[in-house]
Design a protein around this ligand. Structure first.
Ligand SMILES: Cc1cc2nc3c(=O)[nH]c(=O)nc-3n(C[C@H](O)[C@H](O)[C@H](O)COP(=O)(O)OP(=O)(O)OC[C@H]3O[C@@H](n4cnc5c(N)ncnc54)[C@H](O)[C@@H]3O)c2cc1C
Length: 382
């Protein structure tokens, strides 16, 4: 039994780690402060093949696995969560639904552009009035001849409004089942389709260099062939995508937690108080030791969930555990790292201040901590 990375994953980790430190870190503060999307960094990540990591080579992918994506996300988030969530959403929420549920034509049309990073796609499940209970979706789609006509709104959609966003896959009610529950279908809506409006970006607490918008669909017409997967299976498809996505978010949260350790170790050497480095104080040493312990256990949890998923075993509970644990310890590590940095930790240019602002959303996005606890308890038969 070994938790060591094999040669391929270790090489990927090292490459992404170097890129994150050399290229992403120096630009992170400016993009964050200005709320600008890091197009040049995304372009370079595309060239490195990061957007194609878990996809087959026939669609321009790298032929790797989902764990490779997680390893890359951990390294990116160690430095910059905005860049990490852009990649996570692009792959896990944007391209993966097409890969998993698309027709050969849909895959041929969209995947090569997505796997190269030339284009991004969004995943529109959440609505202004429905988040955790996204099955209550109010967006409606009606077949009119050979076109779907869609009306409704979506909230908080990542990667939905960049200059390179190609489409958003939205869930919509397409009917009512005999038991009265809604029939929900996923439909691809290309950017620029008449009636599809992208609201200005939100002013967010964290993830400030990532792209998030509310979307409005007003009599939007798309070909019936834009239906993704079977009619009525849209919600079930998205639940499967979210199960996987939780492992990716756990990896991202682990990276942020580890970044807190990196910055705290550095600062413990550099900062002096009472005539000595603050790292000489046991109070600081213990904080850092606890942070490292939390990051380590979070990593083991997401490695386990990913291993189960790749082995074809049940992984729903383990993905929820990994996401719940990693996001909560990321928040704790960010708070503790800020404490280690004292007043400088409260200044935005200090990386841990950014980590602190970026950590909270990890307990909310892709299923809140309360929803993860419900999934775990239900899986235990409670
Ligand atoms: C920056 C950002 C990016 C996002 N990106 C995307 C995206 O790309 N695509 C997308 O579809 N969505 C996206 N989301 C939406 C995100 O997934 C939702 O915000 C999240 O699922 C929670 O939904 P909500 O905000 O409506 O909260 P609510 O569901 O209204 O929850 C409010 C509170 O009630 C609790 N609660 C709700 N139901 C229960 C229950 N049954 N039992 C106990 N407690 C409960 C919640 O845990 C929470 O504490 C994004 C959100 C943000 C902020």
């Amino acid at each position: 039994m070994s938790f060591a990375l094999d040669e391929e994953h270790a090489a990927l980790r090292d490459t992404v780690r170097e890129f994150a430190r050399e290229v992403i870190a120096p630009a992170a503060f400016e993009h964050y402060e200005r709320h600008t999307f890091p197009y040049e960094i995304i372009r370079q990540m595309g060239k490195m093949g990061l957007f194609g990591l878990p996809f087959p080579e026939e669609y321009g992918g790298m032929g790797g696995d989902y764990f490779a994506l997680c390893v890359a996300l951990e390294e990116l988030a160690r430095v910059d969560s905005s860049v990490a969530i852009t990649l996570e959403a692009a792959i896990s929420l944007g391209a993966m639904p097409i890969h998993r549920f698309g027709t050969p034509e849909q895959k041929a049309t969209w995947l090569p552009r997505l796997t190269s990073g030339e284009a991004l796609a969004g995943f529109g499940l959440t609505e202004p009035g429905f988040g955790s209970d996204a099955g209550g979706t109010q967006t409606r789609a009606v077949l009119d001849g050979d076109e779907w006509v869609i009306n409704g709104s979506k909230a908080f959609i990542t990667n939905s409004g960049t200059d390179i966003t190609a489409f958003v896959t939205v869930t919509a009610r397409t009917g009512t089942r005999p038991d009265g529950s809604p029939e929900i279908t996923a439909i691809i809506v290309p950017s620029g389709t008449p009636g599809f409006t992208v609201a200005p970006g939100y002013s967010k607490v964290g993830w400030c260099a990532s792209d998030t918008h509310e979307l409005h669909l007003d009599d939007v017409r798309v070909p019936a062939a834009n239906q993704l997967g079977e009619r009525g299976r849209g919600f079930a498809q998205f639940l499967r995508i979210l199960d996987e996505g939780r492992i990716a978010i756990a990896a991202l949260a682990t990276g942020l937690a580890q970044g807190c350790v990196d910055e705290s170790v550095r600062y413990a050497h550099d900062r002096h108080a009472f005539g000595q480095p603050i790292g000489n104080f046991q109070a600081i040493q213990f904080k850092i030791a606890d942070m490292e312990t939390r990051a380590h256990t979070a990593r083991l949890a997401y490695y386990d969930a990913a291993a189960r998923m790749l082995a074809g075993a049940d992984f729903k509970r383990q993905a929820a555990i990994a996401k719940l644990h990693a996001s909560e310890i990321a928040v704790t590590n960010a708070r503790e790292a800020t404490q280690v940095h004292g007043g400088y930790g409260f200044m935005n240019e200090t990386p841990v201040a950014r980590f602190w602002r970026d950590a909270k959303i990890l307990e909310i996005g892709e299923g809140t901590s309360e929803i993860q606890r419900m999934i775990i308890a239900r899986d235990l038969g409670v």
